[in-house]
Design a protein around this ligand. Structure first.
Ligand SMILES: [Fe+2]
Length: 522
């Protein structure tokens, strides 16, 4: 909330001519304006994005902010005490973008940590930390980074994020499902109803204000803030930022064959919701200004190169994808699965990927994306007659899946990082009986609740899928520990998410040796 008398006095001085810019002097904000914390993202060798959002009354409309531009000062230092300031400036927090601030800091030195902070109205934000990347192509021996996502607020607390914050990482890739678009009255962890551990404020999300509320509530979580304040995030979105299993094709939304939402809107109305959702995502993510939505679309695929060790292609598997075949869901394949025209990435993104993969000669060719690429048989009972596919993942689109695997076959050291499943697993990517790469699927921060070591039927699942090396149904995150000899992926799990704090352990490690396609468990 603002101090109204001070606001009016300052507003009068500023004249309130359009566009109004207030000088937010000391005492301007009645409450702490940096309530949603700070974040950094999209690191490069000379800088990164730093983010914050002014919200003195975070759950109120517009975060309790007046609808005027407010200047926010920022500074970057190599030391945690900010004795030396190496970059600083002022960025306008605009009401059109929820008073979010995205600063693309440049001119920094490569491969080292920096600290940053914001000031407005005499109030100072939490101190953030982020690392710059090594120079592209530079000789680099090691990289350690995190992978996480799927953080259904009602299913569990974010204790995993506090553990993630304590890891020594170069950056974190977030595969999406930062928010979920629905509220649940009950969860059924073992078939019996339990209450969600905490509730989303809104029953559903329709307009920009609703989506802002969901991000605001999520970011008020202090474990979430802890992780975002110490690691630069490379952020993606998946489906629940908008609606379960959405893809680019709107014509079929009226039919809603998957049956998840009988009230699904007609396509032209859904487009409006998507536009609001994309704007709110941008406003709350530490991403570059190139990702500002245009016409409701975000240009989210991008490349991250870590010296000469890793090149990582960050993909968008939602915005350009054809409708799920065979009516979506977990089902046996129908002929649509083999359609030659099917698209997952869309032609432009697929061409971009083809051009980038292997370019620059990094030791490891990584792909960071949302949905599983292994064509796994999802049966968990032996009496089910036919192979079952997850039609919302790559095996629902066999032609583009084979194109990408054929590309892997001509390269060395291809590693795919995936989310979406709310379980840990890893295995070999196989094309015509040849192992061409490795896939590590990370679990969820909270979605799915506490879970257990093995989901029911895991023995059948593993038996039916010889390429699968490991499966586990606990919550947590993944740490990739990469050097010239090997890529190690550690599956870090927590014992519970239904309690605010929990215990972390390393459940398993999958290893890919340099020059050997496929995974072995350490
Ligand atoms: Fe999810």
């Amino acid at each position: 909330m603002l101090n109204r008398r001070h606001f009016l006095a300052t507003a009068t001085l500023a004249g309130l001519s359009a566009p109004a810019i207030l000088r937010a002097e000391a005492g301007f904000f009645r409450d702490f304006p940096f309530s949603l914390g700070v974040a950094a993202g999209d690191p490069a060798s000379d800088g990164f994005v730093i983010w914050t959002r002014l919200a003195p009354d975070p759950m109120a409309p517009h975060g309790g902010m007046p609808l005027v531009n407010i200047p926010v000062e920022w500074e970057v230092s190599p030391d945690s005490g900010f004795r030396e300031i190496v970059a600083k400036g002022t960025e306008l927090a605009r009401p059109e973008l929820g008073h979010s601030v995205h600063v693309e800091v440049a001119g920094l030195l490569p491969a080292r940590p920096y600290y940053y902070r914001f000031t407005a109205g005499g109030e100072r934000s939490l101190r953030g930390r982020a690392r710059t990347l090594p120079v592209v192509g530079a000789e680099v021996d090691a990289l350690k980074f995190g992978v996480c996502g799927c953080q259904h607020y009602e299913s569990g607390f974010y204790g995993a994020y506090r553990h993630l914050a304590r890891e020594d990482l170069a950056f974190v890739y977030h595969y999406g499902d930062f928010i979920y678009e629905y509220q649940q009255d009950y969860l059924f962890p073992d078939g019996l109803p339990v209450r969600p551990v905490r509730k989303y404020a809104l029953r559903g999300l329709q307009d920009l204000g609703d989506f802002r509320t969901a991000y605001t509530q999520t970011l008020l979580d202090i474990d979430m803030q802890a992780a975002r304040s110490v690691h630069a995030f490379v952020s993606s979105f998946d489906d629940h930022e908008i609606r379960n299993d959405w893809v680019s094709v709107y014509d079929d939304w009226k039919l809603d064959l998957d049956g998840n939402d009988p009230d699904a809107p007609p396509p032209e109305v859904f487009m409006l919701r998507k536009q609001a959702a994309m704007q709110a995502w941008y406003e709350h993510m530490p991403v570059r200004k190139a990702l500002l939505p245009r016409g409701g679309m975000i240009n989210a695929h991008r490349e991250l190169r870590y010296g000469n060790l890793v090149s990582m292609q960050v993909l968008d598997t939602r915005q350009y994808r054809d409708n799920q075949p065979c009516g979506d869901g977990f089902k046996p394949a129908c002929p649509e699965v083999y359609s030659k025209d099917a698209q997952v990435l869309g032609k432009a993104q697929e061409d971009w990927l083809a051009k980038n993969l292997g370019k620059g000669g990094a030791t490891w060719n990584a792909i960071a994306q949302q949905v599983t690429m292994m064509a796994l048989d999802r049966r968990r009972r032996e009496d089910e007659p036919k192979k079952i596919l997850n039609l919302d993942s790559w095996p629902g689109y066999e032609a583009p899946r084979e194109r990408i695997l054929s590309r892997f076959a001509g390269l060395k050291n291809c590693v795919v990082l995936t989310g979406d499943e709310h379980q840990n697993f890893c295995g070999d990517l196989v094309l015509k009986d040849k192992v061409v790469g490795a896939e590590f699927v990370g679990t969820s921060i909270s979605s799915g609740g506490d879970g257990s070591d093995l989901r029911k039927g895991t023995d059948v699942f593993l038996k039916l899928n010889p390429e699968l090396k490991f499966a586990n149904d606990q919550r947590g995150y993944v740490v990739c520990d990469v050097n010239r000899e090997a890529w190690q992926t550690h599956f870090m799990v927590v014992d519970k998410v239904t309690t605010p704090t929990n215990t972390l352990s390393k459940r398993a490690t999958g290893v890919v040796e340099n020059g050997v396609a496929g995974i072995r468990m350490a």
